[in-house]
Every structure is written in structure tokens, then in C-alpha cells.
Design a protein around this ligand. Sequence first.
Ligand code: C5P
Length: 237
Amino acid sequence: MTVSLPENPIFCALDTPDLGRALKLAKNIKGHVGGLKIGLEFFNHQGPDGLKAIVGTGIPVFADLKFHDIPNTVAGAVRAIAPLGPGILNVHAAGGHAMMQAAKEAAMERAGANAPLVIGVTVLTSLDRDDLEQQGIAASPSDQVRRLAALSQEAGLDGVVCSAHEIDVLRRDCGPNFKLIVPGIRPAGAAVNDQKRVMAPADAVSAGADVLVIGRPITKSEDPGAAAAEIAASLST
Ligand code: C5P
């Protein structure tokens, strides 16, 4: 059995190399978020012990490490990360069906209800049509997202990361149980930063998002706890 997602869909992106800062943020926002996300910057600075410390806060953790290698190597990486206790981990769907299947099988080796959800990364939002063409891919980014989401589902993954504007079509393509994890979320009035196409938290949830990945609107706020609480409240009205 895989872990269940928390009721509060907000996962705060702790985009920092600093363990002390990450733990302080976690403490401030505990109770107002469903989870925390750590990524490559944090992990490459703080390693498995850093991840364990974040898991130790008791808040569900998404290890956004985007594995992409041959199936045997990715399965080994999943076997190394899963026992550290993240509730969600991810792999690049472009790694192919066999790689995704190997990742999912390795995650399911975790006993009981502790197997992390394995999520596919489709097309990075930093890539546009020209970038795909340079890689020999003629499809538009949105068609490529749909293709990779379908491939992720066929390989047995639990869901994909997608932009808010892809929720609708992927919900239709992949059905109600496929998890959609959505970054690029901005409460009304918040700075957009470098995100190109954003959506408000409540709109993304109404569209069918399961997890909202929200970083700077919380972490750069003077009062991260209050910012997270306000976003959470906007979801229950
Ligand atoms: O600060 P902000 O809310 O923009 O943070 C969004 C988080 O989601 C960051 O950790 C970023 O790396 C991640 N992300 C994203 N867009 C994607 C995939 C991941 O913004 N397509």
C-alpha cells in the first residue's frame, strides 16, 4: 500500500541549501500545510541526513529529486531514498516505461502503508516548443505532456507533476485517481516571480489538483505561518 495524501493539499517548497532555515520554516508552517517539498539544491547540500531531519518534523515530505537513469540505477536510487521516509518521490517520465516501472516496483518494496507515491515529471516548464524541437520532438509541449502522462500511468506511476493549465486535460485523460501535483500556484496579489503561467490555489483545487506546490509566497513572506494559514483558509471557503 502507498501512503495517503494529506487532506491539506499545500506542500511548501523549501528551496534553500540551509538545514537550519528549512527546519525553522517547517516549524513556522506546521499545521497550516499538508507537506514539505525538498529538491536538488537542498538534497545536494544536506544529503540523506538532511532529508531525514525534514521527515523528522512529522510533516509529509515530497523528495523532488527527479531521478533519470537506466532502470536498474533508478531502482537502486529509489531503494536508497524510500527508507528515509518521504511520502512522495519523482522520476523523469522521459526515462521511459521500463525505468518508471522499476522505480515503482522498488518503491513498493517498502512494507505496510509506507510505500511512497511515485510521480512522473513530464515536460519541464522551462522548455518550450523550440527546445523540444532541438531534441527531435515535433509535438507541442502540451501534447508531449499528455503523452508522457499516459506513459507514466501505463508504467504504474501514481501521478505526474503538471502545470495548473494542464489539470483539466490530464484529469480527463488519466481519470480521477491519478495524482496531479501542481507548482506555479500564486494567491491573488502575490508576486509571480519567474513563474510564467500561474493559477490561484482554490482554482487549481477546483480544477482537480491533488497537491499544490507553493514556495516563495510562503517562504519569502515575513510571517510564513500566517501566509500558509491564509492560503489554507482560501481553500476551505
Ligand atoms: O516559489 P515557487 O512557488 O515558484 O516554487 C515552486 C516550486 O516548484 C519550486 O521548488 C520549483 O522548482 C518547483 N517546480 C516548478 N515548476 C515545475 C516543476 C517544479 O516551479 N514545472
